[in-house]
Design a protein around this ligand. Structure first.
Ligand code: MN
Ligand code: MN
Length: 463
């Protein structure tokens, strides 16, 4: 008996993409990564990701959805929800009554939002108070260059867009930290208490207005500059969504450039492949990409997937085309395209290696997320996983199955349960990320490309 053959036939091993891909395929991997980096740099907030996705969709023949219009095979449409989420549809060969294929990814990322009354002055410096958004390790956000993004709605209703800190000639913003010489007490604290949220205050200036008749002259000078440039006053921050994100652009990592360091891979690293897959695939069933907001804060609110917006949209499409919406949901399938925690050898103790995702081993299927005994998750059925893996294998997708860390260590959630709760078969699929939720995260280029290939295969073949 040839035991080598026996091993090949019986043993499941994760395979590294560098052992599988041809030179030509690697060329495609590298060029896809360049497109993705450009998308990332243009999409630092969910609003910017919606704009950039709409721009790409329009350039590829998608049209704005018209309520009540009947669409036919091949039609490509999109609908934007409150400028913070976007749904794109490509009508398939099969009637919508046969169900739809959904890829859902989120385009919000952890960051520092400004408080509603953010501006103050202290010790002759002006600052913004922040309120962090999503799960962050606060110490990571001090002493790094930050850029300001968002919108301000003025008292008269005019909306002003603000972006400062992305151009090389722009100023950046900055949160101070204590020098080691005076940090003896701070260094004794735990990482979670050493930097309290109320000290994540952003330095925005130190120059004063000339008059000595007023107090808080540094704050007033900063306000006067904002008024000059944007026509806003302090009260306008009350109706604003301004956020601080790392000012860095996406950059390659390593002598071989095989990985990418960037802000917000979670989850634009799945959003972009999903968008591209919809553009590049002729789908068997009507296929939908939903790029959603609010995942990082629990998916609540009318731009998050714990609301009805996606499901109401599918219901409208079904009804217009003479199908029963509940029947459509039951027959539909969804890839909840979100990231997994890549095995990190420096912190091996939190991973269970047989069930951890590995860098360069392809897109990651995650059967369930949750914590403490699969609490608060959708657990994809064996039948559904079986169907998905067959499609991936038939299309030469490099994929791996993983959990998120050791069972007792922690856990996490995605939008999967909100989709599955609507009676739609759902499984998580996405890219393995190193340093997830850090200001700058890392992913491997092969894994991004394989995620794209996986979503293409799903749209093309799942029925
Ligand atoms: Mn995510
Ligand atoms: Mn996340």
């Amino acid at each position: 008996m040839d035991f080598k053959e026996l091993e090949e036939a019986l043993v499941y091993k994760k395979k590294n993409g560098f052992d599988l891909l041809s030179t030509e395929e690697l060329e495609e991997v590298w060029s896809f990564a360049e497109e993705y980096k450009a998308y990332l740099d243009a999409s630092k907030t969910e609003r910017e990701a919606v704009c950039e996705s709409e721009r790409i969709a329009l350039a590829n023949g998608f049209e704005k959805y018209q309520s009540g219009k009947k669409y036919k095979t091949g039609d490509k449409i999109y609908k934007i929800n409150r400028d913070k989420s976007i749904m794109l549809v490509r009508f398939g060969k099969k009637d919508i009554s046969e169900g739809v294929n959904i890829a859902a990814a989120h385009i919000d990322s952890p960051r520092l939002d400004l408080k509603p009354c953010p501006v103050y002055e202290s010790a002759d410096m002006a600052f913004f108070k922040t309120h962090y958004y999503g799960g962050i390790k606060k110490y990571q956000w001090t002493t790094i260059p930050l850029s300001l993004h968002g919108v301000v709605v003025k008292a008269d209703g005019e909306r002003v867009t603000v972006t400062v800190g992305e151009e090389d000639t722009d100023p950046i913003f900055y949160i101070t930290d204590l020098l080691p010489h005076l940090a003896a007490d701070q260094m004794q604290k735990t990482i979670s208490t050493a930097i309290p949220a109320e000290s994540l205050n952003v330095l925005i200036g130190s120059q004063k207005i000339e008059s000595e008749d007023v107090k808080d002259r540094v704050k007033l000078y900063a306000l006067s500059l904002l008024n000059e440039k944007y026509g806003i006053c302090e009260a306008d921050f009350i109706s604003a969504e301004l956020t601080l994100v790392p000012a860095a652009k996406a950059r390659d990592i390593g002598f071989d450039r095989s990985l990418i360091a960037a802000y917000g891979h979670d989850d634009r690293v799945c959003a972009y492949p999903a968008l591209k897959a919809l553009i590049d695939t002729v789908p068997v069933r009507t296929s939908i990409v939903c790029l959603t907001d609010k995942e990082e804060t629990g998916s609540d609110g009318n731009t998050g997937l714990n609301s009805n917006y996606l499901f109401d949209f599918i219901t409208s499409l079904a009804t217009t085309h003479g199908a029963d919406a509940l029947d459509v949901f039951e027959k539909s399938a969804c890839l909840s395209a979100d990231v997994n925690a890549a095995f990190d050898p420096d912190y091996a103790e939190v991973y269970e290696k047989n069930n951890a995702s590995l860098i360069n081993c392809g897109t990651v299927l995650t059967k369930y997320t949750g914590a403490r005994g699969k609490s608060s998750t959708s657990d994809a059925s064996a039948e559904f996983v079986g169907k998905i893996r067959r499609i991936f294998d038939n299309n030469g997708v490099i994929w791996q199955m993983a959990e998120l860390g050791k069972t007792d260590v922690g856990g996490g959630g995605t939008v999967a349960k909100y989709v599955a709760n609507r009676n739609i078969d759902t499984i998580d699929l996405g890219v393995a990320v190193l340093s997830m939720h850090a200001p700058v995260e890392a992913v491997a280029k092969i894994d991004i490309y394989e995620t794209y290939k996986a979503i293409c295969a799903f749209f093309k073949d799942y029925e």
